[in-house]
Write a protein that binds this ligand. Structure first.
Ligand code: ADP
Ligand code: MG
Length: 398
């Protein structure tokens, strides 16, 4: 499957027009300020490009899960304030998302002017994908640009509804995601990609089944770490002690292993583990090759890391999703840190997806050492699974 094509900014006439720009400013807040402005910074090149093209910018985002009600603790005001600082220009704030007053404010913007709407999810119509809300939202712009990759797998009003009403395009951030992730699936790049490895970890097998299945057609190596590894080890009848196993997924894990092996994928499971007898940050860690009763695996062990690092050093492309252990706790972060470090020094092209994986990289100061860190957790996995996203389909249809 070739990377999905979508209309881009260059296909749109934006000069002196109101451009409704959907971004992902779903940033963590610390009271009334932004705790991490990475996502706002990531949108700056798009915003500046549109300003240079004399667009009147109406920016829309969601933030958190306010459940369709106005909740001041999820207001977008802190993000708008941070954006104003970063752009060093005035940013108009609309205390709503739709209605005549908002449209009026948008109309009054000068070319290059910037306005931010309040949280889209304050309206129940957003997550419900309500056509009336989408239409009202679309009235704020004359054209639509979607640069919110992290939300493009959702059939929400601002993602799939708005494009029905306006000429539209994907923004540069989305384009970059599609290039990086699309390269992992493109059959024409098969030879350049190989050897191709995926490192999958994190909490739940059920979240990652689709992506394992889809990638298994392309991979040379599959590494499974994190809590997920124990469901796979259980499928091979290996002892898992008190580790987190999804009992109802053991059979499926076994089937996936067989499928991968039948397709010629080398599957690597942990050979040793950092374990504890309680699930606690301050639990005493120890390293074992075989889990005993009562021991829970909370990280991959040093032998595993050494063996995996060696294989990874021979790979040309690596996709990583999901931490190798409970990286939030120092005693159990070594595996995740080790994998991050070996990817940082590897010659392979490295692509990382997943909210917690991205957070782990940021924590280790290694984000810039990767070729691409996706801004979308669920969206990046779904794109790899399906080769498309509802938000992209909507842009193509309009
Ligand atoms: P991502 O957001 O990168 O896709 P996930 O959400 O799937 O990753 O998983 C992240 C979570 O998995 C982290 O909170 C981490 O603590 C947890 N985790 C990883 N390994 C283990 C383990 N062995 N036991 C319990 N939890 C684990
Ligand atoms: Mg997560």
């Amino acid at each position: 499957m070739a990377p999905a094509t979508v209309p881009t900014l260059d296909d749109l006439e934006v000069r002196r027009k109101r451009v409704l720009l959907r971004v992902d400013f779903n940033v963590p807040l610390d009271g009334e300020s932004v705790a991490d402005d990475t996502r706002i910074r990531a949108a700056l090149p798009t915003i500046r490009t549109l300003q240079e093209r004399e667009a009147k910018l109406v920016i829309a985002t969601h933030l958190g899960r306010p459940k369709g009600k106005v909740d001041p603790s999820y207001s977008v005001i802190p993000a708008a304030a941070r954006l104003a600082e970063l752009l060093d220009t005035e940013v108009v704030f609309a205390h709503s998302t739709v209605g005549d007053e908002v449209t009026q404010l948008a109309n009054e913007l000068p070319p290059g002017g910037v306005m931010v709407l309040e949280n889209l999810r304050f309206d129940p119509g957003e997550t419900a994908g309500d056509p009336a809300f989408a239409k009202a939202l679309a009235a704020n712009g004359e054209v639509f640009v979607n640069d919110a990759f992290g939300a493009m797998h959702r059939s929400h009003a601002s993602i799939t509804g708005v494009p029905e009403h306006l000429p539209c395009a994907a923004g540069p951030l989305v384009q970059r995601e599609l290039e990086a992730l699309g390269a992992l699936l493109d059959p024409q790049q098969r030879l350049q990609r190989a050897p191709f490895a995926a490192i999958l970890g994190g909490a739940k097998v059920s979240d990652k089944i689709g992506v394992i299945e889809a990638l298994s057609r392309h991979l040379d190596h599959l590494f499974v770490g994190g809590a997920m590894a124990y469901t796979f080890l259980a499928a091979q009848d290996e002892p898992v002690g008190a580790s987190r196993v999804e009992a109802d997924k053991v059979e499926l894990a076994g089937t996936l292993l067989e499928k991968c092996r039948a397709r010629g994928v080398h599957v690597h499971l942990p050979q040793d583990h950092v374990v504890a007898t309680e699930f606690s940050e301050h639990a005493e860690p120890s390293t074992v090759a075989t889990l005993a009763d009562g021991q829970m695996g909370l990280d991959i062990g040093p032998d595993t890391l050494r063996a995996w690092t060696e294989v990874l050093s021979s790979c040309r492309t690596v996709f990583w999703n999901g931490p190798m252990g409970v990286f939030e706790w120092d005693s159990f972060s070594g595996g995740t840190r080790g994998v991050a470090e070996s990817l940082a020094t590897a010659s392979a092209k490295t692509i990382v997806g997943g909210g917690d994986s991205a957070a782990a990289l940021a924590r280790f100061g290694l984000s810039d050492a990767m070729d691409h860190v996706s801004t979308g957790g669920g969206a990046s996995l779904e794109y790899l699974e399906q080769g498309d996203l509802v938000g992209l389909q909507a842009l193509r249809r309009s």
